[in-house]
Design a protein around this ligand. Sequence first.
Ligand code: ATP
Length: 285
Amino acid sequence: METGPAIEIRGLTKTYGAIRALDSASLRVERGSIFGLVGPNGAGKTTLIKALCGVLRPDSGEALVLGADSRAGRHELRPRLGYMPQTPSLYEDLSPMENLHFFGGASGLEGLAGHVRESLEFVRLWDRRDDPIHTFSGGMRQRASLACALLGDPELLILDEPTAGVDPTLRQSFWDHFRFLCGQGRTIFLSTNQMEEAVRCDRVAVILRGRILVSDTPGAIEGRGRAVVTILLAGGASEQHETSDYERELPRLLKAHGLEQGVEGIRVERQGFEDVILSLIQEAE
Ligand code: ATP
């Protein structure tokens, strides 16, 4: 049984001319967890994911995946990794069945027919297994692409916006399956633009212009939020205080009004997870 993190990147940098797609990015992802990478368009999510899959050579820094260098060890890592690219890279004229047989065969997967059926049933494409991909909707292509990544039950799934274009019911079943896989000791690294998904991850990293702004649990990130405390005073008046630590601030505010009298009510409005992330991004911009 291997120990150590599933992913460890240190000081990863990649530039395209004047663009710093990755700027000394460092991260650690524990095995058996779901890790979400969040950031606006062009933040560097796909670049980071490509570096993890060994398909992109960084300028500097290192990316260790399942204990091996992601680029030097990419051929050995291939059967242990399931990669779902942002744009499905399936053969358009082939059916999902043929695509999965092709990709599964290329990685030398044993018991391929059973794995193909299992994956296609999970993404609910078994009934459409023989139709060419070019006849599929965007969400169905995503599902076929996920089926390809799931093939062979890999130790680590690297998914670039896996639920983009997927309807809410199926998205829920994807998440149920991610949690199930996680419970089996699999590790899932995914990127997303959707906060309601990010909050479901065990840990979240926010990336902007290639820099990791924060990497923590959703609860801890939300805990960085600010709160607005409104004190409702006798006679209909009120006053507002913005604070990042209202639990400590509240007694002080109440004392200023005399603890027993004068204050008729208190309203605390805390920033939610999404607001905290947006504030972090705005402050860094
Ligand atoms: P999105 O959410 O829109 O998919 P992203 O966070 O995945 O965005 P990346 O695709 O990693 O962003 O791009 C990061 C930056 O690197 C962008 O400014 C992008 O234009 C640039 N970039 C990425 N690939 C290349 C390339 N092959 N050549 C030039 N610039 C690139």
